[in-house]
Design a protein around this ligand. Sequence first.
Ligand code: E4P
Length: 215
Amino acid sequence: MKIFLDTANLDEIKNGVDLGLIDGVTTNPTLISKENVDFKTRIKEICDLVKGPTSAEVIGTNHMQMIEEARILASISPYVVVKIPMTEEGIKATKILSSEGIKTNLTLIFTPLQALVAAKAGATYVSPFVGRLDDISNEGMKLVEDIKKIFMNYSFQTQIIVASIRHPEHILRAAKIGADIVTVPLNVLLKIMKHPLTDIGLETFLKDWEKYKNR
Ligand code: E4P
């Protein structure tokens, strides 16, 4: 399973890259707006740092605007993946962009059938938002299970990015389901490496070693 960081913050990305665990990055307009930097410059910086798929989202709402923006974004770096909202216009844009070899990530996916049409349109990735479904008392990870089954039934090459991850349990379930990728905030990624018994055990080992050294 690949791990992407869900952020536009360079310090967080450097931190993740230093861990050696990061395969790519996803951004969205909200994450970019928090950084107060030039959008395209930041996308280039992220691509150069991560050297892996980096999602940058279009803002246009009709397919011609989306395609125009997508071509510009794709020219920033070969690592750019154009994030397209899951709408009728988004599907039209995806079909054309995929025929041009531009990679796409269909975002704001909330049903298995949205994922099915995105895959049929040639999307490189789909991003089901599990946390936002949990927020409205739906089971976000059930959506991922359904998409996985559908993609396997028809051998779609479209990869599943589990998005809107809130806690380690989402990552565990994604791995059990066999999702291709999880995109996670840095704080959640750091949590999956921790356990209180690891800390307690290490503390005891070090104390005992001190006693042994000073015997
Ligand atoms: C994914 O590509 C999105 O950027 C992100 O996961 C959305 O997460 P949120 O629901 O925490 O905003």
